[in-house]
Design a protein around this ligand. Structure first.
Ligand code: HEC
Length: 237
């Protein structure tokens, strides 16, 4: 009894392996071009999109997807293209005696440089404010005081961007901090493109200036507003 069972098992094994296990029958004298019988789907056929292959999954029939408008794929570099309003349309024309490196590194030769590598416009500051509020304010706070919401949940040691040391710091070094981080702050270079980094630097300068502003910085015709009891009248006169 056991003997028949073993025999049957061996015959079955050979059959199953012969049919399911081998992909092609090239060892047979008569080769066949027919696809092999697949009892279990072979691994070469999988439910996935191969590069550049069509796909019926998407309405346009293409497997490869175009980037979603307004997004930047990680690792993708498109110098000078985003939002020309940020750069006054002049990002490609680097103002510093043609030193294109400065725009990307913040360095002039071996030293940190100062100044934006393109002409700043009001749109630059607006863009910088928006990007700052998205990328930096969670930690550094809306005014740069280092009191963002993350500090209420236990993050310690966030720098106050208005301190004298950072007011004195060159633009290039701040730019580099955005790209590569510093000490316990991680770098944000992968999330923020070069023109936007410069726009953030410009906005930080505006924040720093605002924290040390005197009455002389307020346009003469608006000084009267400062005497009002409601400071919000300053924001929307
Ligand atoms: C997740 C929290 C976090 C975010 C987001 C963040 N920072 Fe920081 N940042 C820190 C911390 C923490 C430090 C202090 C690092 C240290 O010196 O240990 C710091 C320090 C700095 C410094 C001072 C570096 C120095 O030399 O002392 C600058 C400038 C700065 N951040 C700019 C930015 C800008 C600009 C952004 C937005 C692009 C940003 N940070 C986003 C946490 C953050």
């Amino acid at each position: 009894m056991v003997r028949y069972f073993l025999l049957l098992l061996i015959i079955l094994s050979v059959l199953v392996i012969g049919m399911a296990g081998l992909r092609d029958y090239s060892f047979l004298p008569h080769r066949t071009s027919r696809p092999p019988i697949e009892i279990f789907p072979d691994m070469v056929r999988q439910d996935k999109v191969k590069a550049q292959a069509p796909s019926s999954f998407f309405a346009d029939g293409r497997g490869a997807r175009a980037p979603i408008p307004g997004t930047v794929p990680i690792g993708y570099h498109s110098p000078g293209t985003p939002d020309s309003a940020v750069m006054g349309g002049t990002y490609d024309v680097v103002l510093f005696s043609g030193n294109a490196d400065y725009a990307n590194t913040g360095k002039l030769g071996t030293n940190w440089g100062n100044g934006l590598p393109f002409a700043a416009t009001p749109a630059t500051l607006q863009r910088g404010q928006e990007r700052y509020q998205i990328q930096c304010a969670v930690c550094h706070g809306a005014t740069g005081a280092g009191n963002g919401i993350a500090t209420k949940y236990g993050l310690v040691g966030v720098a106050n961007l208005n301190q004298q040391r950072l007011r004195d710091m060159s633009d290039g070094e701040i730019y580099n901090t955005i790209v590569n981080g510093k000490n316990t702050m991680l770098g944000y270079g992968a999330n923020i493109q070069a023109p936007d980094r410069w726009a953030i630097v410009a906005y930080i300068r505006a924040l720093q200036r605002s924290q040390y502003a005197t009455i002389a910085d307020v346009p003469a015709d608006q000084r009267a507003l400062l005497t009002g009891t409601n400071p919000t009248t300053l924001i929307k006169p």
